[in-house]
Design a protein around this ligand. Structure first.
Ligand SMILES: Cc1cc2nc3c(=O)[nH]c(=O)nc-3n(C[C@H](O)[C@H](O)[C@H](O)COP(=O)(O)O)c2cc1C
Length: 349
């Protein structure tokens, strides 16, 4: 055990920061750390854009759908950057066919992610705290516009950091036996069974943690959150292509595509839900919820296409009679998870 490992084992995301700027020295040190990160074929194919403009921070917070992004003292966006090297080549009148292929893209993507994690370690080692923002990819096209990104570049990950103004409990991880194998991949007979103990640990963690208390477990978290997405995110390859990268996709017949999970059974155990932190019950009226917190409806429309039906229900009798359980059924999710998500959104406002 040494100080570096102690810091890494104490990792937790920080989302609330003191409104205190970081010194020039600290910023410079962290930039040096990022710059020294390993780099595929030593091509150094990443860039960092440090966002200091308040308007841009606001625009990025909107894309991330996380208002607190505006108040993050340091907001850095890591960009996969093949543009720099392609420009060197162009100046030398060289245009190799592979300059914009997927191999170059993924090298640049890995360089960016590694630099971002190196920054996180440096941040934490200095007694600061931070959080990654994958949510910048909710709208890649808008991010590209905001950052004025040229072709052969792509936004990968954001990181926000500063002096912490919270000390959240450390989030337990599943046993490494489920993640670390020797020589070959190990498939479990039942993942729900293999994760039973971890589910209990995480249930306790969510029940007892000081902020954002909720009923949840790991398998339930996967069950409810995994299906949520924004349409843009499912089309990410299109945005990568638009930035000039060549996907080079070959047609693969359906019969050759692995389909192990085509019909995954519903195996999640239901647990009894009575009343939430804010007093919502399964029978609570949806109409009153939308009247009191109008932004909740927009939020639901964004996170899960199944809620699109709400658009046509606005102002109808059907909506005024709907309760939370029926709303959860519409979204095909457990009512307590839905209520937890709504409460988290209300908390954010
Ligand atoms: C690639 C990546 C993207 C992430 N994106 C977000 C994000 O957009 N918003 C956020 O609040 N947290 C984000 N996180 C932080 C995770 O939610 C967090 O790491 C996870 O819940 C585990 O909690 P911990 O970091 O406190 O241990 C991201 C983490 C990673 C690795």
């Amino acid at each position: 055990m040494n100080e570096t490992i102690k810091t890494q084992l104490e990792h937790r995301s920080i989302r609330k920061f003191k409104q205190e700027s970081l010194s020039k020295d600290i910023i410079e040190t962290i930039i040096n750390v990022a710059n020294q990160t390993s780099s595929s074929v030593a091509m150094q194919t990443f860039s960092i854009i440090r966002i200091t403009d308040k308007e841009k921070k606001k625009a990025i917070a909107d894309i991330c759908m996380q208002p607190y992004v505006v108040d993050v003292p340091e907001l850095w966006i890591f960009v996969a950057d093949v543009f720099r090297n392609a420009s060197i080549l162009a100046e030398l009148d060289s245009y190799p066919e592979n300059r914009n292929d997927m191999d170059k893209f993924f090298q640049a993507f890995s360089d960016s992610v590694l630099a971002a994690q190196n920054v996180m370690i440096a941040v934490e080692s200095l007694g600061l705290g931070g959080v990654f923002f994958g949510s910048i990819l909710n709208d890649p096209e808008e991010m590209i516009k905001i950052l004025n990104l040229p072709e052969y570049t792509f936004p990968v990950l954001g990181i926000g950091f500063g002096y912490p103004d919270e000390k959240p409990d450390k989030k337990p991880r599943m046993s490494s036996e489920l993640k670390v194998f020797e020589n070959q991949y190990k498939i479990q007979e039942s993942y729900i069974k293999a994760l039973k103990d971890y589910d209990k640990i995480l249930e306790e963690y969510y029940k007892n943690r000081e902020t954002n208390f909720r009923y949840d477990s790991f398998t339930n978290h996967v069950y409810t959150k995994f299906p949520l997405t924004r349409e843009n995110r499912t089309k990410i390859m299109n945005f990568i292509r638009k930035q000039g990268f060549e996907l080079n996709l070959e047609y693969i017949p359906e019969s050759e595509i692995r389909t192990m999970f085509k019909k995954a059974p519903k195996v999640v155990e239901e647990h009894v839900f009575e009343e939430s932190k804010m007093g919502f019950k399964a029978e609570s009226g949806v109409r009153e919820l939308f009247d009191k917190y109008p932004f909740v409806k927009d939020y639901l429309l964004v996170i899960n296409p199944r809620f699109n039906k709400l658009r046509t229900l606005a102002g109808t009798v059907e909506l005024s009679q709907m309760n939370m359980q029926q709303l959860a059924d519409m979204g095909d999710m457990p009512v307590d998870s839905l209520i937890y998500m709504i409460e988290s959104r209300i908390d954010e406002e």
